[in-house]
Design a protein around this ligand. Structure first.
Ligand code: SF4
Ligand code: SF4
Length: 167
């Protein structure tokens, strides 16, 4: 693991290289799938408890990192809202030139469908424009909404948040 998470508070792509919760490039092309950007060995497992597809497993040693069974994952997003660390995203690379990235969002008001925002990478740097595809806050989400944004395909593993443009 790089020192970037400890020093700067965000992950580098190299930190995810061998993480057990990261779906393969092949699986990402097949449709929505969860990605667990959870690489520290912390005592935590709400993601496992939220999943009714047996698609993520922490196991009996609660400090183990979550392991994804990507074939079972439907991309439903229950684990996204359940994660207290906001470390779970849904990536869908089956949309042609675009990727859909779904992220946890705890601000109000939610962005509108069709709104153009600025996609940010893990460090908070601006990648460029993204389009909001969906915002939703269901009772079952326990106040952590989910927002899906469409980004250029090459940003699917980079774009992890957004900021709204000035009105
Ligand atoms: S997206 Fe749904 S099916 Fe996939 S791991 Fe999360 S809760 Fe399970
Ligand atoms: S709920 Fe989030 S922080 Fe906790 S183990 Fe799962 S992915 Fe990691």
């Amino acid at each position: 693991m790089s020192d970037c998470l400890k020093t700067n508070g965000y992950l580098l792509m190299e930190d995810l290289a061998n993480a057990p919760g990261v779906p393969s490039a092949e699986r990402r092309k097949q449709g929505p799938v969860a990605i667990f950007e959870c690489i520290q060995e912390i005592p935590c497992n709400p993601c496992e408890q939220a999943c009714d597809k047996d698609a993520v497993r922490v196991g009996s040693k609660i400090t183990d990192r979550p392991e994804l069974n990507a074939e079972n994952c439907s991309g439903c997003g229950k684990c996204v809202s359940a994660c207290p660390g906001q470390a779970v995203f849904i990536v869908d690379e089956s949309k042609g030139d675009e990727a859909y990235v779904t992220l946890p969002y705890e601000f109000l008001p939610l962005p509108d469908k069709g709104e153009i925002v600025l996609a940010l990478d893990r460090s908070g740097s601006v990648l460029g424009e993204a389009r909001i595809v969906r915002s939703r806050l269901l009772d079952s989400m326990d106040r952590t909404a989910q927002v899906t944004m469409a980004v250029p395909l090459e940003w699917s593993m980079q774009a992890r948040f957004f900021k709204r443009k000035e009105a």
